[in-house]
Ligand binder design. Structure first.
Ligand code: BTN
Length: 248
């Protein structure tokens, strides 16, 4: 049970990230892609499920190999956010923004998400599986299960979604992003990321476990940590169980 082709299109799988992760040993792994029409256990960040109406959305994962250790994951997921905003601009949906760490938003509602899984030792190399879910069209039955503000391309454009074109754009941008990231790291994406961050310069509340911090968003550092200024100065927050809210 190995991936023979570089691109695998499945009618249904548990999760495209998992599908590729289970096949990380094979030599052709970097650049391997898995697309599925439906996921039985689609995974989102922070232990959430990723809900998508079968045959109407984009569910894909791409593998890559990096010489460095798994510490790059946070930065990589932010760079992927920038890549996705470029995809939507090219697709014809301008005005797509980001919310730290890597929610892709339109009108403050989630349009796409990124989930990065990694295999590797601290010193490297790391095998990365980067999963992307884009909301093309979410039926009402599925919509009822989504526990955060969301939107889909069908709602935004009022037109049928060209998933083939969208998939091609995503794969092209991700491949380019991986190459640039391997060379220059998050630094190459930082300005673009900050320009697209919907919360840049704004006052926010960070919920980190039982802690709550209010401050002004100053940007991100080279590792993708959020820089927040409060009375004590600037602090860096790493993703994980942290959630960001706008202060009215
Ligand atoms: C998020 O919560 O924002 C991340 C969502 C990532 C969903 C995609 S769909 C394709 C890939 N396979 C998964 O199980 N998850 C990712």
């Amino acid at each position: 049970d190995r991936v023979r082709d570089r691109l695998t299109l499945l009618e249904e799988t548990d999760s495209t990230n998992r599908y590729l992760l289970e096949r990380t040993a094979m030599a052709s792994f970097p650049g391997s892609v898995c697309l599925a029409e439906a996921q039985v256990h689609g995974r989102g960040r922070r232990g959430r499920a990723w809900i998508a109406t079968p045959y109407h959305n984009l569910l894909l994962s791409m593998g890559w190999r990096f010489a460095s250790g798994p510490g790059i994951v946070a930065g990589l997921s932010l760079a992927a956010g920038v890549a996705l905003t470029r995809v939507f601009e090219e697709y014809g949906v301008p005005g797509v923004g980001l919310k730290w760490p890597n929610d892709v938003l339109w009108d403050d509602k989630k349009l796409a998400g990124v989930l990065v899984d990694v295999h590797g030792e601290a010193t490297g190399p790391s095998l990365i599986v980067l999963g992307v879910g884009v909301n093309g069209y979410i039926g009402s039955h599925d919509a009822a299960q989504i526990d955060q503000p969301w939107t889909d391309l069908h709602t935004i454009t009022g037109k049928p979604v060209d998933r083939n074109r969208l998939a091609a754009l995503v794969l092209r941008e991700l491949r380019h992003m991986f190459e640039v990231f391997a060379d220059k790291g998050l630094a190459a994406f930082r300005d673009a990321w900050q320009r697209r961050h919907r919360y840049h310069g704004q006052r926010v509340r960070l919920l980190a476990g039982s802690r709550e911090i209010t401050g002004t968003v100053e940007g991100i550092d080279d590792h993708g940590a959020l820089l927040l200024r409060d009375a004590r100065g600037v602090q860096a927050f790493h993703s994980g169980e942290i959630s960001l809210r706008r202060v009215a």
